[in-house]
Design a protein around this ligand. Structure first.
Ligand SMILES: Cc1cc2nc3c(=O)[nH]c(=O)nc-3n(C[C@H](O)[C@H](O)[C@H](O)COP(=O)(O)O)c2cc1C
Length: 354
């Protein structure tokens, strides 16, 4: 029987030649000024046979940076660096969207290389430590609580990032609303203790994330905007109780926007069928992720629970992952000591088969 993993798919204005998406992965290899390097161009070029490449998390502003050597999309040099990445992926026949990741309170100041403030919905530090410049976990800084009247301008920074991504030739953007970063900090009651209209109920906590999505969609079109989220994910101090109270109102707010796709990092929760919840409250296509295999991913698509699937770690050591899954060839294992260090090693030196 035909394997739907290898069927073409349209997500908004994105045209995928197969349903295997490369999940976003931070690799800490940006150059001076947080500019994409030629090594990054090569890394993404090698993986362009994915139906869709999602870039590593990219900060929309200097204040959005929290980790070591993550790239930005706010300076002219950064835009020019990303233009080379987009051109390389397109030359191989691929499509690429940029993940827009604002760290909010998850900032180790030494990772930035410059002085800038730390912002969050409430003045509560992240309880988890985060790797510093040499990979050793360090405490994060304490954020300043954002005032309500600052939020429209902050949403515009995301819109500007989307505009810059398109100016670089990138096909669309994915808003990072998972893993305890700024958008997730607004959604989650552990980090959002606001008493104004941006805090309190699930619908109120979703207000700023929806403002950001609308601002990005207004600039580049909703058919080029995706959203990544992960109900019940504890990463970076998130409260995992009652994810429906947060995500049903969020999904109801997303529905009228007509986004290109929803990228769901499924925690396989005991008490909640996350993919079914997403489907019940929003009609946007679903890209499912987390611990999938060719077989389990195929089963999700055949059951109508997702339109596409994504792989993270498998793409690190298998640049030709799509060809390997098509032929059933063995998968290489990544060197986990080189995820965030090593420059070309553990990055562009994993060979394709044949
Ligand atoms: C090295 C590494 C970096 C990651 N960076 C990001 C990131 O920047 N943004 C994001 O949304 N997820 C990030 N993730 C999560 C992956 O996108 C993916 O959700 C996770 O690896 C689970 O998928 P898998 O089981 O196919 O690896 C990262 C994962 C890894 C291994």
């Amino acid at each position: 029987m035909n394997n739907p993993l290898f069927d073409a798919l349209t997500l908004g204005s994105l045209r995928l030649s197969n349903r295997i998406v490369m999940s976003p992965m931070t690799r800490d290899r940006a150059g001076q000024g947080d500019v994409p390097t030629d090594l990054m161009v090569e890394y993404y070029r090698q993986r362009a046979s994915a139906g869709l490449v999602v870039t590593e998390g990219v900060q929309p502003s200097a204040v959005g940076k929290g980790y070591w050597r993550t790239p930005g999309i706010w300076s002219q040099e950064q835009i020019e660096g990303w233009a080379k990445v987009a051109a390389a992926v397109h030359a191989e026949g691929g499509q690429i969207v940029m993940q827009i990741m604002h760290c909010g309170r998850v900032v180790v100041p030494a990772n930035r290389g410059y002085d800038a403030e730390i912002i969050a919905p409430s003045a509560l530090a992240c309880p988890d430590k985060v790797p510093g410049p040499d990979g050793i976990p360090l405490p994060t800084g304490t954020p300043r609580a954002l005032a309500a009247d600052e939020l429209p301008a902050l949403a515009e920074e995301f819109a500007a990032a989307a505009r810059n991504a398109r100016a670089a030739g990138i096909d669309g953007v994915e808003l990072h609303a998972s893993s305890g970063y700024l958008i997730n900090q607004f959604l989650n009651p552990a980090s959002n203790r606001r008493t104004d209209e941006f805090g309190g109920s699930g619908a109120s906590r979703a207000r700023f994330p929806l403002m950001v999505l609308k601002a990005m969609a207004d600039v580049i079109g909703a058919d080029r905007v995706g959203l990544r989220f992960s109900p019940g994910n504890p990463y970076n101090g998130m409260d995992v109780s009652a994810p429906e109270d947060t995500f049903i109102p969020l999904l109801q707010g997303v529905e009228p926007l007509g986004l290109a796709y929803l990228h769901v990092l499924d925690m396989q929760l005991k008490d909640l069928d996350t993919l079914a919840m997403v489907r019940a409250h929003c009609s946007a296509p679903i890209v499912a992720n987390n611990m999938l295999t060719a077989d389990s991913g195929r089963a999700l698509i055949e059951a109508g629970r997702a339109e596409a699937i994504s792989f993270g770690r498998a793409f690190i050591a298998n640049p030709d992952l799509v060809a390997r899954l098509r032929t059933g060839a063995p998968l290489a294992k990544p060197d986990y000591t080189l995820l965030y260090t090593g420059e070309e090693k553990g990055y562009v030196d994993y060979p394709a088969l044949g």
